[in-house]
Design a protein around this ligand. Sequence first.
Ligand code: ADP
Ligand code: MG
Length: 392
Amino acid sequence: MIRFEHVTKRYPDGTTAVDDLSFEVAEGELVTLVGPSGCGKTTTMKMVNRLTEPTEGRVFLDGEDVSAIDPVRLRRRIGYVIQQVGLFPHRTVLENTATVPRLLGWKKGKGTERAAELLDLVGLDPSVYGDRYPDQLSGGQRQRVGVARALAADPPVLLMDEPFGAVDPVVRERLQNEFLALQAQVRKTVLFVTHDIEEAVRLGDRMAVYGQGRIDQFDTPATVLGAPATPYVADFVGSDRGLKRLSVTPVEEGDLDQPPVVRLDDSLAHATERLRAVGAPWAVVLDGGDKPHGWIPAGGSGPATPPGTVRDHARPMEAWLPLGAPLRRAFATMLQHDAGWIAVVDEKGGRYLGVLTPARLHEALRRSIGADARDVPRAEVAVETVTASATR
Ligand code: ADP
Ligand code: MG
């Protein structure tokens, strides 16, 4: 959808901002461009919508050389979100959001209707926020309007330049989550610039790690973290990259343990017997719909099991996770509840599937690193090995 072919950008003062860049972003893909300040991320992005022109090489949008497309027409096909948002202060939120449809000559009613739809989509009730002015919004809400406005004319491509850079970390994480949910619905082709490695890892289907004017590695976050292509990338992603991998590795069915399971309406005597038979210290308690209800300990070794059912004695289950949740969330939940295991349910129906333990979590992490290392082209792995041993 977006293709860079040997693109170099030298500014008139002689600065080479981007040096012989080639990469491709597939339709519906979200690629993050990450690197330190001044490494050429913004310049890269601006060559897509012709806010700046390459010195050498070509940029293609959907197979068309962008240098052959009228810049104004080009920009209407590309949503653009920047940190300073650039909302018009004297226009309402609704009017701001309808900017591009209006420029495109949509009928007023249709543009407004579309703007209201988009505000809804980014979590701003148009009947509450539509008539407000930008200075009556929080920073996070303004960013949401920026995203809604960029999407209003339904462009296939979105360029986002540090869009969440100016909001505080808590709001930023919320905006990231909302944006991921939104992207799952709208499936735009997105170039997303950030200097924040966590954000790049979190949002990107793939990420481009920039050195000075060049891309050092272009791959999935899991691979970049698991097998950095160069010592520079390893350094940039940080010595805690193993920990960061927790964010991009999902809990899979094979990661789960299967402790004994009992039902709410089982008699306690029956449940205790089962636990003793397999020597398990506790069992998971499920309700009639196969959903986790709680757990029950094996109890003392005395012969006298109290009467009644599991329901009377079960302890509540405080938290569980859907399959596919990142290991990081699993780990955080275990820590938060001081739990030695956590139940995992299927994403849709909430049916119990098994439990994740710290030991299995560790195995999952190692498995995913191993798998990715094999996926990395041998040449790149060799570079890392050679350089690593050369510096020793
Ligand atoms: P990033 O977005 O990664 O921080 P930029 O793409 O903005 O980096 O800048 C890359 C390099 O190009 C920097 O050295 C910057 O100073 C330089 N640069 C950016 N814009 C211009 C310009 N208009 N004229 C001259 N140099 C520029
Ligand atoms: Mg920049």
